[in-house]
Design a protein around this ligand. Sequence first.
Ligand code: FAD
Length: 389
Amino acid sequence: MRRDYTLTDEQEQVRQLARDFAENELRPHTVRWDATGEFHEEVVPLLGELGFMGMLLPPEYDGLGIDMLTYLLALEQISWGDASVAITMSVHNSLPTQMILRFGNDEQKQKWLPPMARGELLGAFALSEAGSGSDAASLSARAERDGEHWVLNGEKLWVSNGSRADVVMVMVRTDRPDDRRGARGIGAFIVPTDTPGYSVGKKEDKTGLRSSETVAISFNDMRLGPDALLADPYKGFLYAMSGLQGGRLGVAAQALGIAEAALDHTVAYARERRQFGRPISSFQAVSFKFAEMYTRVEASRGLLYRAARAWDAGDVDKRLCSMAKLHASETAVWVTSQAVNLFGGYGFMRDYPVEKLFRDAKVTEIYEGTSEIQRVVIAKELFQEQPSG
Ligand SMILES: Cc1cc2nc3c(=O)[nH]c(=O)nc-3n(C[C@H](O)[C@H](O)[C@H](O)COP(=O)(O)OP(=O)(O)OC[C@H]3O[C@@H](n4cnc5c(N)ncnc54)[C@H](O)[C@@H]3O)c2cc1C
């Protein structure tokens, strides 16, 4: 890994720490984890020990209190080692913990954040439903008031970390059926997964990220106290959307790590693999492909780091978050596809690493907003910025 002179010494140290962890604790197991599809339970406490489960939380809650760029540098390296571990870390750091930090009251912060930062409790985020994905505000799971309490009913789909999580940030309707308020009729609830009425459905059999467990969860007359509600009962969707900006940067870092891993494996292979008496890297058609892969990876890195630096300067730029996610995810899919081709028939075999990276890359174009939705956001921001005439 090259020294990046645009980074501070501290950022470079965290990046190196994450790289060493990825190299020693993730890479040796990633193929087996993919084959068995089992969640790597032992990894979460290890990430906690490194401080990687509370990277964006302040020290008063046992977090590292580092900036967004440093967090993304670590996440990129973790994804280079294993993309399933990266999504576990990304969801936890970007969504439930950040939503509690930004919108929770003191009691909620004191109760949840320190154990989450230490990796003792794992968090998840449940917004999507069978009928609402891109149009997330059309969700239908609901919470009804019962005195001071809330009673939740409904089902959420595709919850990452869902089967292992100790606490899930759940978005449900809080408006009345006769007074629907769209995105302004949704509350966010902090749900401990041992609450009676909470249940976990089947584990999805996925194309990639096979050792990150993705499950449906459901609520059946699940009673929650007032302490479970995050701030305003009608602003949960806005809180979730604000979490998703950081989540999109996390997915971009994940995608970048996958693309870099594919590039590294393929460069090494092209140096070794000989055809027509020469290493295949010496064919111009092959080397030009590498030039294109490398350029796209660096362009993704440039956009991601720029978005992170804007964030750290206090400018949470929705447009840049979407651009970074769009570019990195499409780069990851393209680069891993080229990598499979460059490995030839071996690229299609499970014994070689790139087909897994190809499978892992695909979902980065889908979750935390599809590529089409990122384009919708970017185009909307552009036209808002540039009035006609
Ligand atoms: C592995 C995995 C993990 C996930 N983890 C989580 C999680 O932890 N928590 C969670 O809440 N969700 C999670 N999701 C859900 C994910 O966020 C959704 O799948 C995603 O938002 C897309 O929604 P959808 O699948 O319903 O597709 P749809 O919204 O039905 O979209 C179908 C197609 O229509 C296109 N489309 C839709 N609307 C528009 C539009 N306005 N303009 C142009 N094109 C459009 C989409 O781009 C897509 O190509 C996960 C999904 C996967 C696959």
